[in-house]
Design a protein around this ligand. Structure first.
Ligand code: 13P
Ligand code: SF4
Length: 299
C-alpha cells in the first residue's frame, strides 16, 4: 500500500490536520501539514479549524492540543509514545511549594502531564521561557521538571530566586561534553545545543535554543557543518534548508525512542480508525488550560 496516497485521501475525506514534531521519523515529517517545535505546534493546534488533529509527537503534546482546542478530536499514532521527563514530577512537591511559599510562581515546562499543568501558574517551552519569565512579577520561581533548562534560564535572571524539580531528558542529559569538544576540535563546525543538555554542553554551544531556533540558525549561517546536540530528527529539516552542509549527530545523543514510535503506518491507522484519541478529564483540562493560555498570550 502507498501510505502517502492513502493518507492524503483520508485526510481530505475526514478533515484531518497532521502536526509533527521535528523529532519524528522523516517519513512522518514528510506527510505532515505542519512541522515545528513544541510552541509552534501548540499554536497550530490552538488555531486549527479541522475536525480532527492527528498529533505526531509524544503524549503531552497531544494533550496540549486537546486542552487548547477542546472541541476538536485529537488523535495520536501511538498512545504509548510518552516523555519520560514529563513523568518525573512529584505533584506533592508542587503542593508543598504552593502551601509553604504561596508567593512562588509555579512555572512548568510544557513537557509535563495535563495534571501537573493544572497545578501550574504558567507553562513555557524552550523557545519562549525567557520572554515569559521576564513578564512574571514573582521573585520566587519553582521551575519544573527540567533542571537543565531551568538552570539555563535561571542564569538569565540573577534577580530572581529559582528552585527546581530534579527532572531531566533521558537523552539530552547524557550528551557528553568531551565528545563534543573532540568533534569541535576535529571539524571546527558550529555546535548547536538544545538547553535540555547539561550546563557543560550548553557552554560549548555556538547556538543554544529550541529545535526551531537551531533550525533558524542553520538557515541564517549556512556553514560547512554543524554538530547537532539535540535529537537527530531535526537534521531532516536542516538538510532541506542547507543541503550542502554536513550535520553530525554525536554518538552520545541517542534517538528519542518515543518520538520514533510515530511511523507512517500508525499515522494511516490512526486516521482510518480516528484513534487512539486523547481523552482528558474535563475539570482537570479546564484547570490546565489556564497556564497554557497564559503561555500562548505571553509567549
Ligand atoms: P522543543 O520545544 O525545542 O521542540 O523541544 C521539545 C522537546 O521535547 C525537546 O526534547
Ligand atoms: Fe521527552 Fe527527551 Fe524525548 Fe524530548 S527528547 S520528548 S524531552 S524524552
Amino acid at each position: 500500500m502507498n501510505y502517502y496516497d492513502e493518507i492524503e485521501k483520508l485526510k481530505k475525506e475526514k478533515d484531518v490536520l497532521i502536526l509533527a514534531h521535528y523529532y519524528v521519523n522523516d517519513e512522518v515529517q514528510d506527510i505532515a501539514d505542519k512541522i515545528g517545535d513544541s510552541f509552534q505546534l501548540a499554536k497550530e493546534a490552538q488555531n486549527a479549524t479541522n475536525k480532527i488533529i492527528c498529533f505526531c509527537g509524544v503524549h503531552f503534546m497531544g494533550e496540549c492540543a486537546k486542552i487548547l482546542n477542546s472541541d476538536k478530536k485529537v488523535i495520536v499514532p501511538d498512545i504509548n509514545a510518552g516523555c519520560a521527563m514529563a513523568d518525573m514530577v512529584d505533584i506533592e512537591a508542587i503542593k508543598n511549594v504552593k502551601k509553604s511559599a504561596p508567593d512562588t510562581a509555579i512555572v512548568s515546562y510544557v513537557n509535563t502531564t495535563a495534571e501537573v499543568k493544572s497545578y501550574s501558574d504558567v507553562c513555557v517551552t524552550s523557545s519562549n521561557a525567557i520572554k515569559i519569565i521576564s513578564q512574571i512579577p514573582n521573585k520566587n520561581i519553582y521551575f519544573l521538571p527540567d533542571r537543565n533548562l531551568g538552570s539555563y534560564i535561571a542564569k538569565q535572571f540573577p534577580e530572581k530566586n529559582f528552585s527546581f524539580n530534579p527532572g531531566y531528558c533521558k537523552y539530552h542529559n547524557f550528551v557528553d561534553e568531551k565528545e563534543i569538544l573532540e568533534l569541535k576540535k576535529d571539524t571546527g563546525y558550529d555546535v548547536l545545543v538544545h538547553p535540555e543538555c547539561r550546563e557543560e554542553v550548553v557552554e560549548l554551544g555556538d547556538c543554544i535554543g529550541s529545535t526551531k531556533a537551531l533550525l533558524e540558525y542553520v538557515k541564517e549561517t549556512k556553514k560547512n557543518g554543524y554538530i547537532v546536540c539535540t535529537e537527530e530528527g531535526i537534521i531532516h529539516q536542516m538538510k532541506k534548508v542547507c543541503p550542502d552542509s554536513i550535520f553530525i549527530s554525536p554518538k552520545s545523543m541517542n534517538k528519542c525512542s518515543d518520538m520514533k514510535m510515530n511511523s507512517i503506518e500508525k499515522v494511516y491507522n490512526a486516521i482510518l480508525n480516528e484513534g487512539p484519541e486523547i481523552i482528558l478529564d474535563e475539570k482537570m483540562s479546564k484547570r490546565a488550560f489556564i497556564p497554557l493560555k497564559r503561555m500562548m498570550e505571553l509567549g
